[in-house]
Design a protein around this ligand. Structure first.
Ligand code: ADP
Ligand code: MG
Length: 247
């Protein structure tokens, strides 16, 4: 197979649930440092697509290649090690730990010199925690218990926990749901920073937000791609207006 410049290549991907094709022969090509937004009506298959890419759901057919390596048959934890990070809709942070501790426990232990045997907070980890905390805008909240953070701050903390692993592909499912206007603005800026060092896929409904962050937009409908391209083009596409934007 020829080398490509794509970080992620998805071809002919198909999965059925009880005979219903949730993803139907789908192709998707994501470049390095690209911020792609996936939109589409409820039930279009957006979340299922992320489940297939991260290995939570097994494909019935098709291929997923990441950095020119076939991922399709690899288990979820191996894909994490290959650099795939996935943020789910409900944040899975440790409410009783501080911001610092949440980030610290997310440092990939296999990568530290001493390994998992007796993991301790080395300077390397501490430096990385500070860098990530600054990146997610929680640099001055390191000692705050995570349970005391606002809804938006919790979402950023979870993004930070993923960043601790330095993923090369980060996938976020509706990251601004429930956020205030200000938090949405800050999240847009955060996602733009994050994609400087990696590919990012975001599922989102808020069109103003999509317009602000997307390099390219993929519109899904019934497990297939209905339209794809710059927001400007996609939002004027009659098919997209018909099945999604018009509602
Ligand atoms: P979206 O995220 O675009 O709203 P989903 O990917 O969640 O859509 O769902 C696509 C379709 O697949 C829906 O009809 C949903 O009911 C179905 N589906 C998703 N996951 C499962 C599952 N694990 N078992 C059965 N059906 C599922
Ligand atoms: Mg969904």
């Amino acid at each position: 197979m020829a080398h490509t410049d794509f970080a992620l290549t998805v071809e002919d991907l198909t999965v059925s649930f009880d005979g219903f094709k949730a993803i139907d022969a789908l192709n998707l090509y994501i470049e390095r440092n690209e911020l792609r937004v996936i939109i589409g009506p409820n039930g279009a298959g957006k979340t299922t697509l992320l489940d297939l890419i991260c290995g939570r759901t097994a494909a019935d057919a098709g291929r997923i290649r990441f950095n020119d390596e076939e991922l399709t048959k690899l288990p979820e934890y191996t894909r994490v090690r290959r650099g795939i990070g996935r943020k789910f809709q409900t944040p899975s942070i440790y409410e009783n730990l501080t911001v610092f501790q949440n980030l610290e426990v997310s440092f990939p232990k296999g990568r530290s010199v001493l390994g998992a045997l007796f993991f301790k907070c080395t300077d390397e980890v501490r430096t990385r925690v500070r860098t990530v905390a600054d990146e997610i805008g929680l640099g001055d909240r390191l000692d705050t218990e995570a349970g005391l953070l606002s809804h938006g701050e919790k979402q950023w903390l979870e993004i930070g926990m993923l960043l601790m692993q330095e993923p090369e592909l980060m996938m976020l499912d509706e990251p601004i749901a429930g956020m205030s206007t200000r938090e949405r603005e800050l999240t847009a800026a955060l996602l733009k920073r994050i994609c400087r060092n990696r590919a990012v896929i975001v599922i989102e409904h808020d069109m103003d937000f999509v317009e602000r962050i997307a390099h390219k937009v993929t519109v899904m409908h019934q497990g297939k791609i209905l339209a794809e391209g710059p927001m400007e083009k996609v939002k004027n596409d009659p098919k997209v207006i018909d099945v999604y934007l018009g509602h």
